[in-house]
Design a protein around this ligand. Structure first.
Ligand SMILES: [Cu+2]
Length: 232
């Protein structure tokens, strides 16, 4: 079947290298590889089906949350990381960049340990999927997903394995509480229990809180990955 989707995918294939890679947990499939029908433009998981017991990748992830490592190819983007529970997730209804999302600057590797939202306590062996969404200057979104199994004996990546390039940084866009008077250096780091879905929260808008910059040692050769012109 030669569908419009397929033709569209072929048409954008040359631009695929400008998107992003999900390095950990292992993505469902390499959606940057040419010659596939995958497209990172496609909601919710770039057209890649969930892993099964006989096919695909499924990574053991700690019960309280684990590491996320992405390789970003654009000068900046907004990043959302969502989680859904189950073996074939259709509803990514937990946010791990909560309560909102990140504004990321710089191309390169971003590696962060993500705690689960308060109150979410998956059991040993519970399956789920992580969805990473990036939104760029055109306003359209790119998607990649990774399938995980929550395991009591799983660990986060080591500091050596989980390094953010020094030219990559992000700020969390945080909903402002109505009675907040300080300038954005509050210490309730995104694990507040107000779900952000009240009308009051909505009208108060978003603000920048805290600059998260991760300093690094060796960044040898990273300039090579900072490819100009890859802005789609
Ligand atoms: Cu791109």
């Amino acid at each position: 079947m030669v569908s419009a989707t397929l033709l569209f995918a072929a048409a954008i294939a040359p631009l695929a290298s400008a998107h992003f890679a999900l390095e950990y947990p292992a993505w469902r499939a390499d959606t940057l590889e040419s010659g596939t029908n995958y497209s990172q433009w496609q909601y919710p998981c770039a057209g890649v089906p969930a892993s099964t017991s006989t096919s695909g990748n499924r990574t053991d992830w700690p019960l309280k949350g684990g590491s996320l490592k992405v390789d970003l190819h654009h000068p900046w983007e907004y990043v959302f990381v969502n989680l859904g529970l189950g073996s074939n997730v259709t509803n990514f209804n937990y946010t791990l960049t909560g309560p909102t999302f990140w504004n990321v600057t710089g191309a390169g590797t971003l590696c962060v340990d993500l705690p689960l939202p308060e109150g979410l306590n998956p059991s040993d062996g519970q399956e789920g999927s992580i969805q990473v969404v990036t939104v760029g200057e055109s306003g359209s979104a790119l998607y990649n997903c990774a399938d995980i199994t929550f395991r009591a004996n799983a660990t986060a990546l080591s500091k050596d394995e989980c390094k953010t390039d020094e030219k990559v940084s992000f700020v969390q866009i945080k909903e402002q509480s109505d009675n907040s008077t300080d300038g954005g250096n509050s210490t309730d780091g995104g694990n507040s229990t107000d779900g952000g879905d009240s009308a009051d929260d909505k009208k108060s808008g978003a603000s920048f809180v805290g600059l998260n910059t991760v300093a690094l040692t060796a960044v040898v050769g990273m300039a090579l990955s900072f490819v100009t012109g890859m802005v789609l």
